[in-house]
Design a protein around this ligand. Structure first.
Ligand SMILES: [Cu+2]
Length: 474
């Protein structure tokens, strides 16, 4: 295994940092939640169908920051979730979700993560293809009051990636209480398409949550995974977004711990799907519904050019019965936009073996190929610059959103279960949904040597051990 902390200056004790603020009572409650998620509870979370018409709150749009010279300070605080909803939270730079990090291809990210939490933490840049020292592996977690310095080139195509904690056994809890944010990459290929931008490009971090009687976020514990009672979009309860008569580009991330969304529009219009985890698709696809597992992203255009003032369209989850976001018309007319057709991007197919090189069985709620995660154990090694075919299977307890660090992959096939490769599974992916009875094959090639991870992104499964270390070597 490569030396993990060879650049020892990256991490430092930060004596005296914020120590006074870390002992609040609610963080104690947080610790108990962490215990709870590791043991099954008797009751299921209710799947509340939302039939009432709540007062809606303006959708929060996270502030944007450059990836160059950024400090991300994770700490406990309180946040307004819209209207009168106030909650305790864990936040990056006091924001829920964290600020949207923006970077151009060819630039360099220099980011200091400062751990102001009462637990170990480390930040993983989900979807970013970086060397292992910058990947946020749980071995790199730093304790309360310490920091970790990242420096990596942005050497990949435009995409909506994101960032979140990745400490061993605490990821689900820290993500649930608010530690997540968008990491948006830009490049010339995307810019040439003249896609809707500015106010017409909207990042949507969609997730579920539950609350205690005081309105504070409350993480219920179930080994099989947390399902919350209400949706939150960009940290807003019951959000609405004022929209012009225009085409909107929605950059959607499923930021849930466990819930799979089946998204649709209430006017039965289709989305124009233009991208996913790894950036633009080769060509647009018209889809009426999109299934998204935790950590998956989609990039869609929604045509609201016929939406009159005060009329609205809901972004819905058909499975939960939720109106997640109201798109509320202003009546203002915007001209000069169009829905692209034809080629969006050039995607070179990976060429690799027809039969699997490796098979990963996602077993129960805690194991891959029969083994619970051991942070100090390397489970297999992979040759750099070699295309391999990896096969994912499960003996139940899905959904298992399978996520790989260190490379993007191309989905080849899904047999059994839903039995098809969906339009949002073309192009480049870093997370793919493995359902019960399904077998999913992907092709993957690693361009960097180092220690990386494959794991289930259902965060209760991940924290309970459904994760595996591997080393890419020359
Ligand atoms: Cu899983």
């Amino acid at each position: 295994m490569p030396a993990i902390n060879s650049r020892s200056l990256r991490r430092r004790d930060f004596v005296g940092f914020g120590a006074v603020t870390l002992g609040s009572a609610w963080l104690g409650a947080c610790e108990r939640s962490a215990d709870a998620i590791l043991s099954p509870l008797a009751s299921d979370e209710p799947l509340a169908a939302r039939t009432a018409s709540p007062t809606r709150n303006p959708l929060r749009i996270p502030s944007t920051v450059s990836a160059a010279g950024l400090t991300l300070n994770a700490a406990a605080g309180t946040t307004n979730l819209g209207g009168t909803y106030e909650s305790n939270a864990l936040m990056y730079n006091g924001q829920f979700p964290g600020p949207s990090i923006i970077a151009n291809a060819g630039s360099t990210a220099t980011i200091r993560f400062v751990n102001g939490l009462a637990q170990p933490s480390i930040t993983h840049w989900h979807g970013m293809i970086v060397d292992h020292e910058d990947d946020g592996h749980p071995l790199q977690a730093v304790g309360p009051g310490s920091f970790y310095d990242y420096e990596f080139p942005i050497a990949q195509r435009a995409a909506l990636n994101w960032y979140h904690p990745h400490p061993h056994m605490h990821t689900g809890e820290q993500v649930f209480y608010g530690l997540a944010g968008a990491f948006i990459l830009r490049d010339a290929e995307e810019a040439a398409l003249n896609l809707p931008s500015g106010a017409y490009e909207v990042p949507l971090i969609i997730r579920d949550a539950s609350f205690d009687s005081g309105g504070n976020l409350k993480l219920g514990g179930k080994a099989s995974g947390f399902l919350g009672t209400d949706p939150l979009v960009n940290g807003t309860r019951y959000p609405y977004l004022p929209v012009d008569k225009a085409i909107y580009r929605l950059r959607i991330l499923n930021g849930c711990n466990a819930r799979v969304f089946r998204l649709a529009l209430s006017n039965n219009a289709s989305f124009t799907l233009i991208g996913n985890d790894g950036g633009l698709l080769a060509s647009p696809a018209s889809v009426a519904q999109i299934t998204m597992a935790p950590a998956e992203r989609v990039d869609v255009l929604v045509d609201l050019r016929q939406l009159n003032a005060n009329a609205s369209v809901m972004l819905r989850c058909l499975d939960a019965g939720w109106d997640i976001l109201e798109l509320r018309g202003t009546g203002a007319v915007i001209s000069g936009q169009s829905i692209p057709s034809g080629t969006l991007s050039s995607i070179t197919p990976l060429v690799g073996p027809a039969t699997p090189d490796r098979r990963f069985s996602f077993d129960g709620m805690t194991r891959i190929n029969g083994q619970v995660y051991d942070i100090n154990r390397t489970d297999f090694t992979v040759k750099r610059n070699t295309v391999e075919r990896w096969q994912f299977v499960t003996n139940g307890n899905a959904p298992h959103p399978v996520h790989i660090h260190g490379a993007s992959f191309q989905v080849q096939s899904r047999t059994g279960g839903r039995g098809t490769k969906f339009p949002w599974e073309y192009g480049w992916k870093d997370t793919v949904l493995l359902g019960d009875r399904e077998t999913v094959d992907v092709l993957i090639r690693f361009d960097r040597a180092g220690l990386y991870l494959i794991h289930c992104h259902q965060l209760a499964h991940e924290d309970q051990g459904m994760m595996s270390n591997f080393v890419v070597e020359d």
